[in-house]
Design a protein. Structure first.
Length: 70
């Protein structure tokens, strides 16, 4: 998964970020209301969100070069 994120465009990163945030919200809700199948899922989603935000920040600072949309 780490290698795939670096290949995504900024628009795809935004889409991935929104999907991950929505999944995290649903997993947290499930954790409160019922038993969770995979308790590590919340931790993995938080790391995924942090990775995407880091890549977006690197693009904003010019550390990484922006890729054109496919």
């Amino acid at each position: 998964m780490k290698g795939k994120l670096e290949e995504l465009t900024i628009e795809e990163l935004d889409r991935s970020l929104n999907e991950s945030k929505e999944m995290l919200r649903k997993e947290r809700f499930k954790a409160v209301t019922s038993k969770v199948e995979n308790p590590k899922k919340i931790k993995e989603l938080k790391k995924q969100i942090a990775r995407v935000l880091t890549l977006k920040k690197e693009y904003a600072l010019g550390i990484r070069q922006k890729k054109a949309s496919r």
